[in-house]
Design a protein around this ligand. Structure first.
Ligand SMILES: [Zn+2]
Length: 364
């Protein structure tokens, strides 16, 4: 397996990364970030675990990145994502790992957000010879499948010439993610039909690279055990149908596991054998960040009410300095990601070439 230059991957390098995951029976965590603290924590965790990683933004995460006070909400969603991507382009190679830059769920009303990001991607491509993002997700799973696939095909036609990929969704991931999706969904929609996966393959693979979020009972968020019935065999059956119909090698589809937070470890492990190369994680890393900040605030509550201890006169500056408690949030996130890299078996498997790190040579 050829090694890759550390930093943001796209095009052939991205496809090589996906192929390596599937051949090696491992997947990359795809972590939603909302600012430089969570973003840098993901880079730190990936470097620490010598794993490649997916960094992604939801529309709400992108808006938050630009600032909640930004005058226009749509512009904030676009420019926040662009700003985060530029941050990753600048820093990722110095962390010495390969990073896939991606945006999360965009339903019908968020398609203009993705189209605006593709415009920025095309502009970036002209200046730098590479796209801004590795891939974007279009989630039209609430629409009928014909519209879902024809609209995804239209967008993939814009992405492919820029060396970019698309992620689509068939069937519905339960729960809600940043205002996209719903808690009230027919049970049968939570399970993708293999025939629909075949339709997606037929329509999209001639145009460019696509990945597929197939639903197998997965749900966004973390719920009480027993509420979620994961059926990874749906992924297996979808792979088998495409393989049989087109005479491809095993596991032709590049599958994505949404709602990875709180999932049973053995189901995660099983899904890896069916061509899952990416597992989204958001809720668990949010909690990890909040948990460690919360613990510190609870244990040092006086430092968050007074600049100087009212009884002893001791200054609290070292405790309320945001670098103190934001760093604890980052460390909490890194620790949770250690677990994700282990669950997904990607630790130690980075394709980033160590010897060309920081030098102006390309090894991929
Ligand atoms: Zn999702």
């Amino acid at each position: 397996m050829t090694q890759l230059k550390p930093g943001v991957v796209h095009g052939a390098a991205y496809k090589q990364l996906v192929a390596a995951c599937k051949a090696g029976g491992y997947a990359l965590p795809a972590v939603n970030i909302v600012g430089t603290n969570s973003l840098n924590a993901v880079l730190e965790a990936a470097a620490k675990n010598k794993s490649d990683v997916v960094i992604q933004l939801s529309n709400g995460g992108a808006e938050f990145y630009a600032g909640k006070g930004f005058p226009d909400s749509f512009d904030a969603k676009v420019l926040g994502a662009v700003s985060a991507a530029q941050h990753v382009h600048l820093l990722a190679e110095h962390y010495g790992v390969c990073v896939v830059l991606h945006t999360d769920h965009a339903n019908k009303k968020l398609v203009p957000w993705v189209e605006a990001l593709i415009d920025h991607g095309a502009h970036y491509f002209k200046e730098h010879g590479k796209p801004l993002f590795s891939s974007h997700m279009i989630d039209l799973s609430e629409e009928d499948i014909e519209y879902n696939l024809s609209e995804s095909a239209r967008i993939l036609k814009r992405l492919a010439p820029l060396g970019m990929s698309i992620e689509i969704e068939l069937g519905v991931t339960g729960g809600e993610e940043d205002g996209v999706g719903s808690d009230e969904i027919d049970n049968d929609k939570l399970y993708t039909q293999p025939e629909d996966c075949l339709k997606a393959w037929d329509m999209l693979s001639p145009i460019g690279h696509f990945s597929l979020a197939a639903s197998f009972g997965n749900v966004h968020g973390v719920y009480k055990p027993g509420n979620v019935q994961l059926r990874p065999e749906i992924l297996k059956n979808s792979q088998a149908l495409v393989q049989k119909t087109h005479g491809t090698a095993a596991n032709p589809l590049d599958l994505v596991f949404h709602g990875g937070s709180g999932s049973e470890k053995e189901k995660i492990e099983e899904s890896l054998t069916y061509g899952v190369f990416k597992m989204n994680i958001d809720t668990d890393t949010q909690f990890a960040f909040a948990h460690d900040v919360g613990k510190f605030v609870f244990e040092n509550d006086k430092a968050f009410k007074h600049q100087i201890d009212p009884d002893t006169g001791a200054p609290y500056k070292k405790l309320y300095d945001p670098r103190k408690w934001l760093r604890l949030g980052e460390e909490g996130m890194v620790t949770r990601l250690d677990e994700a890299f282990a669950d997904l078996k990607s630790a130690g498997k980075s394709l980033a070439c160590g010897s060309c790190e920081g030098k102006k040579v390309s090894c991929g």
